[in-house]
Design a protein around this ligand. Structure first.
Ligand SMILES: C[S@@+](CC[C@H](N)C(=O)[O-])C[C@H]1O[C@@H](n2cnc3c(N)ncnc32)[C@H](O)[C@@H]1O
Length: 261
């Protein structure tokens, strides 16, 4: 009897320990294996200028056109405003831009608002009417798969009807079937924020490297260690970072690769 009580106490203590330290245990298994750097490592435009000993401010190149979406406007799957600002600043110095994952079009609209008039933006998204044809591959994270379905609901976007829409080409297609071969070395900026399952991130990354020009930048969204829906993104980026110089930007879930370091 005493043995049984001791056994139950040990098990309940172990369960309690697991519940209290759940986040730390998860972080241990999915921890970041890449270095975190300041946003100014991404591009010199992000370097601040000294106004006074106590205050540093933005340079002209990082003043952008932007907007916020209020929480009442229940839009799903967006980048944070700080991440959107980084994307907006890079768009000012990028002519040809490619995006995996349009969703509401928040990031696409920021790109279009800030890029030059002759810029072109291609954005790829799943067709809400054909979403039942998408299946999960073996080993893919089920929560990422569910999010992929839940975020594929928009036929019209935040930029629909705006002046900037003329710069944007939306392609409703599964990125697995997207033919990248006509865009070899073409894009200055590629944002990977489509499906977050291992197989989709791998597919999108392979195509992004092929389409990137020799001064280009690739950004990945949702590199968050310990977050279940980002598990596959973290796993894949940790793997590829063994071969490519990839960094995480401080205070964001963005990672980047740039062709000229
Ligand atoms: C996280 S949202 C993108 C958010 C957007 N970049 C923003 O910041 O406003 C993900 C988008 O990726 C798209 N997507 C998911 N899997 C895809 C796939 N295999 N091919 C193309 N698009 C995909 C979804 O349809 C959805 O529009």
């Amino acid at each position: 009897m005493i043995n049984l009580i001791i056994f139950i106490l040990i098990i309940s203590n172990l369960i309690l320990f697991f519940l209290i330290n759940k986040k730390k245990i998860k972080n241990f298994f999915y921890k970041s294996k890449i270095s975190t750097v300041s946003v100014s490592e991404l591009n010199k435009i992000f370097e601040t200028q000294k106004i006074d000993n106590k205050i540093y401010g933005p340079k002209k190149d990082v003043i952008i056109k932007s907007f916020c979406i209020s929480p009442e406007n229940k839009i799903v799957g967006m980048t944070s405003n700080y991440e959107a600002w980084i994307i907006g600043c890079l768009s000012k110095v990028s002519k040809n831009i490619f995006e995996f994952g349009t969703c509401s079009g928040k990031s696409t609209y920021i790109m279009a608002l800030n890029s030059k008039d002759d810029s072109k933006i291609i954005t790829l998204t799943l067709n809400p009417k054909k979403i039942d044809k998408i299946s999960n591959k073996k080993g893919d994270n089920k929560i990422s798969y569910r999010n992929m379905i839940d975020e594929s609901i928009y036929n019209k976007f935040l930029f629909s009807g705006s002046n900037e829409e003329k710069k944007i080409k939306v392609i409703f297609q599964n990125s697995v079937n997207f033919d990248e071969t006509k865009y070899k070395g073409f894009f200055d900026l590629i944002f990977i924020d489509g499906g977050h399952t291992y197989n989709i991130v791998k597919n999108d990354t392979r195509k992004a490297f092929y389409m990137l020009n020799n001064k280009g930048i690739i950004l990945w969204h949702d590199y968050v260690s310990g977050k279940t829906s980002s598990k596959d993104v973290v796993k894949f980026i940790n793997e590829i970072a063994k071969k490519k110089k990839i960094f995480r930007i401080k205070n964001t879930s963005l990672c980047f690769f740039k062709n000229i370091i």
